[in-house]
Design a protein around this ligand. Structure first.
Ligand SMILES: [Zn+2]
Length: 334
């Protein structure tokens, strides 16, 4: 999240999945293609342990909020994971729009300026041994054309990206992703937001992933959390923006260690109040959302959903029976 809100342990290569296959930890080496050479013969491609799982995170905490469980599982499986935070650049303090000033005031009240958010992100990722890169663009609220903001209101922040802004940031980000891939020297599997919620930075990250897919990179899409939780039908709406039919998509539901995910989210202290209100609600919401996702493979969670979908029944169920499974969902274009 950035300028957005005003508001069973895993075993390596053996993730329980809704489709009964182990993916992506034990998928074939050919699943990821070299960015520079699409025609590399299969025997020259990377073994899974050499592959880099590279998460495109529009803002500092998006990757962990949306995919923290999957990232943790990959780290446990001794696979290499990295996060490129796209909007990580420091803003020019002398060129802040009124909207940016409003956000700055709110963030400074929560000690959540860019510098402290960078530190939180670095601490969360390094705790798991996740590589971290910072993108060369500032948050959308800071970007401007000769001092005139591209996005002057919250409505614009959740509208269509400005074409000039889109061209500029996509050029910078595309170069950075290719540079990371070159330095890594092995296959890269990209994970990008679907763009649920419609924030311009998430939408631009989605477009970046499509550009990279056209350049030969293997791409997966994740459900932007908490937008996917707060926007009924948001995932379907985001998919519609790809202009492809529902048959173009395959869903993979991956069991996660929710405690590890929650602990990582807690590292982003400056955002907790804005996103969740309090720590208790963070634990409840993340646990409940990931348990709902686990209905894809957990018969007990499906029974819970049928008998205790919400409200008092749900509270009583959790109090007496607890949670049965947790999961995250990842999408790929077939
Ligand atoms: Zn975000």
């Amino acid at each position: 999240m950035g300028s957005e809100i005003s508001p069973e342990p895993l075993k390596a290569g053996a993730l329980p999945l809704s489709h009964g296959v182990s993916w992506p930890l034990s998928s074939p080496a050919s699943a990821g293609k070299r960015l520079e050479d699409r025609s590399a013969p299969a025997d020259q491609e990377s073994a899974p342990e050499d592959r880099l799982h590279l998460y495109l995170s529009p803002h500092f905490d998006d990757a962990i909020l949306s995919c923290g469980g999957l990232i943790y599982a990959q780290c446990q499986a001794v696979e290499r994971a990295g996060v490129l935070t796209l909007c990580a650049a420091l803003p020019d303090p002398d060129a802040l729009s009124p909207l940016a000033r409003r956000y700055e005031t709110e963030w400074s009240n929560a000690s959540g300026g860019v510098a402290s958010r960078r530190e939180e992100n670095a601490a969360a990722l390094s705790a798991w041994g996740v590589s971290s890169w910072e993108g060369g663009a500032a948050d959308a609220i800071y970007r401007n054309r000769l001092g005139a903001p591209y996005y002057a209101t919250r409505q614009e922040l959740f509208g269509e990206p400005d074409p000039e802004d889109a061209a500029a940031v996509l050029t910078v980000w595309e170069r950075q992703v290719k540079q990371i891939a070159r330095e890594h020297g092995h296959a890269v599997l990209l994970y990008a937001p679907l763009g649920v919620g419609g924030h311009v930075d998430h939408e631009l990250a989605r477009r970046l992933a499509q550009l990279m897919a056209e350049a030969g990179c293997e791409v997966r899409f994740y459900e932007d959390y908490p937008y996917a939780e707060l926007t009924p039908g948001g995932v379907r709406e985001a998919m519609a923006r790809f202009g492809l039919g529902p048959h173009a998509w395959t869903c993979h539901t991956v069991a996660i260690d929710v405690r590890a995910k929650i602990e990582a989210i807690e590292q982003y202290r400056s955002q907790l109040g804005r996103v969740f209100g309090c720590e208790k609600d963070l634990i409840r919401r993340v646990s409940e959302f990931t348990a709902g996702t686990a209905c894809a493979f957990s018969a007990r969670e499906r029974m819970r959903r049928r008998l205790a979908p919400s409200g008092l029944r749900l509270r009583l169920w959790r109090r007496s029976l607890g949670y049965h499974a947790h999961a995250e969902r990842i999408w790929r274009l077939t």
